[in-house]
Write a protein of this length. Structure first.
Length: 446
């Protein structure tokens, strides 16, 4: 379904009433970096998504779900990007929706200013310096109800609050914090989620077919099938740092990336660790067939302006032929793409490192390789932090051709943290960060 937009707000809006989203994209473009040396990676195109009111977008897909969008525009589609076949067309996916943090009595609370928002798969087209929305598919339960982006389980996930962090909201076991996306040959989609963490199989029209979660999660009350098929060690995922990257290998297997090191045995160990995990999942067998240890570079190498190791994240993984992957290591301000090969000899699935009683844990090892862990070897492809014109918080990477990548950033729906995120009338004070797709040409073939 191609949603339509109802114009209704300040002059900064570019949408018009009744105009299809496919025709709405404002020209807020940043120009490409021209004249860069051919032996260096450089931006060859930048396109920007215009202002599309979030309420109109959501209610066109699922009428009546958003009563008040508080002045928020469609954003957050930069959680991932995947080629859609035609040149310039991509599938993207939103995350759980506008959210932030506000301190109340010294404790941070997670806010959901538009709690009725439902995560969506969004098809876009890059046309010159504009990003156009071609189609949008809401993610729903088996009966077609919105899954929402609200947290699943009390005691495991952060408690949800309204925009000002004063009114508690209800948990929703159906809720998904969607991140990575790939499209299977049969037209269905695979998504990953940060809450479970989970792998979610979705129909071509957005209905959740199956949600695969860690063994022992005990998620009940959902409006779709839940299968405990992932290693139980994933129950130790850091809050808001579950699965973030997803890739589809040539044979159809999926690779899932845990965004950050597990909190194993505790939060302090996870915050200090540079070792996270990749999993290989077989859709045919409906099970995990391999697990790999992935080692981040020191945070100062990834981002010279950052000294907090806990800021390291994997946000995207991209299949580039055979068992090879591009892995994006990033902070919010910098990113580097590494090339790895998923060797059979590096499989740690079912080993002592999947036992959460092992001491020291994989995450606690200062040098996992020296302790006999077959850490994936990697090779730097490009340091995006040195490429002029690449925005911050790149969360999605797609391969355009043999030497060009498409990058998309997560603009967080224009939200910031803190009490200044909304004005006295409860309307968004927009950060000014736009959703952009940037094409980066590499000096060498992938």
């Amino acid at each position: 379904m191609s949603p339509h937009v109802d114009g209704r707000r300040p002059a900064r809006r570019t949408g018009a009433a009744g105009v299809p989203l496919a025709l709405i994209a404002a020209l807020i473009a940043a120009g490409p970096a021209m004249g860069a040396p051919s032996n260096e990676a450089h931006v060859v195109r930048t396109a920007t998504l215009g202002d599309i009111p979030l309420g109109a977008f959501s209610n066109r897909l699922l009428p009546g779900t958003v009563a008040d969008d508080r002045g928020v525009d469609l954003g957050g589609i930069g959680s991932d990007i995947y080629p859609a076949g035609r040149k310039g067309d991509f599938w993207t996916v939103t995350d759980r929706g506008p959210n932030g943090q506000i301190k109340v009595a010294g404790t941070k609370r997670r806010t959901f200013p538009v709690p009725g928002f439902d995560p969506a798969i969004v098809k876009i087209r890059v046309c010159g310096d504009t990003v156009k929305v071609l189609d949008a598919i809401p993610v729903t339960t088996s009966s077609g109800k919105p899954v929402t982006g609200l947290p699943d389980q009390q005691g495991r996930d952060e408690a949800p609050y309204d925009y000002n962090a004063l009114t508690a909201l209800s948990y929703n076991p159906n809720g998904l914090d969607t991140e990575g996306i790939v499209r299977a040959s049969d037209g269905t989609f695979w998504l990953v989620d940060e809450y479970g963490p989970s792998l979610v199989h979705v129909s071509a029209r957005g209905k959740v077919l199956t949600r695969y979660v860690p063994k022992g999660l005990n998620l009940t009350g959902t409006g779709y099938p839940v299968v405990e098929a992932l290693p139980s060690v994933l129950l130790h995922r850091k809050i808001n740092r579950g699965f973030e990257g997803l890739a589809q290998l040539p044979g159809g297997d999926l690779v899932l990336a845990v965004q950050s090191p597990l909190s194993l045995p505790d939060t302090a160990a996870g915050e200090a660790s540079r070792t996270t995990r990749l999993l290989r999942f077989s859709p045919k067998k409906k099970t995990v067939t391999a697990e790999y240890a992935y080692r981040f570079d020191p945070v100062k190498v990834v981002d010279p302006g950052e000294d907090d190791t806990s800021e390291l994240k994997i946000s995207s993984v991209v299949a580039v032929g055979g068992d090879r992957l591009l892995v994006e290591e990033r902070t919010d301000k910098a990113a580097r793409l590494q090339l790895v090969r998923l060797d059979r000899s590096s499989n740690i699935l079912g080993s002592t490192w999947d036992d959460d009683t092992t001491s020291p844990s994989l995450e606690q090892l200062d040098d996992p390789a020296a302790s006999g862990v077959p850490v994936l070897a990697k090779k730097l492809v490009v340091d995006l932090g040195t490429v002029a014109g690449v925005p911050g918080k790149i969360e999605g990477v797609a391969r355009v051709d043999h030497d060009t990548l498409a990058l998309i950033n997560d603009n967080d729906f224009g939200m910031t943290d803190g009490t200044g995120a909304f004005d006295a009338d409860g309307r968004l004070v927009d950060s000014g960060v736009e959703t952009t797709v940037s094409y980066v040409r590499l000096p060498h073939r992938l």
